[in-house]
Design a protein around this ligand. Sequence first.
Ligand SMILES: [Zn+2]
Length: 158
Amino acid sequence: MSSDYLFLKTGRGSDEDREIEDLTPERLKAVVVLFARNATEISQKFVAHQGRSEVTPRDLVASLKLQVFDFLGTENLLTKVKDIERELSTQEPIEVAFIENTRKKTTTEFPCHCLFCARFREVGLLWNNWHPKTSFEKLLRSNIERLLKHPSVTSSPH
Ligand SMILES: [Zn+2]
């Protein structure tokens, strides 16, 4: 299993290698939390660009899809994962609630046309052409596909 998580390797030497070998459920959980936090930040940025104040379920799904392609490029990935791991070990379990905190908006306009927003809007195309290779990618894909079938997403306007 650990070979699928080589993306956590930063290539700084044998200590890092050993940490990957010792990939624990706690570290995996931290990876998922970081993934979700990144996606949340992206959706908030997109909504701000679009002049809206609320993140819709559709915004979140799009940001989760984008994060699939961008996550490995996260700056200081392993350091951030470790920070979250520490944070999780000293705190009560954190609920990562996406859908519940969002409300539907009926607007389908996209006032902002910057590169960031263009990519956000076209992520569906990227997604459809994406063929997951590792089991981590397959896990991401199946989970996001499942999220797409969530009523609060499917009932949103297109
Ligand atoms: Zn923009």
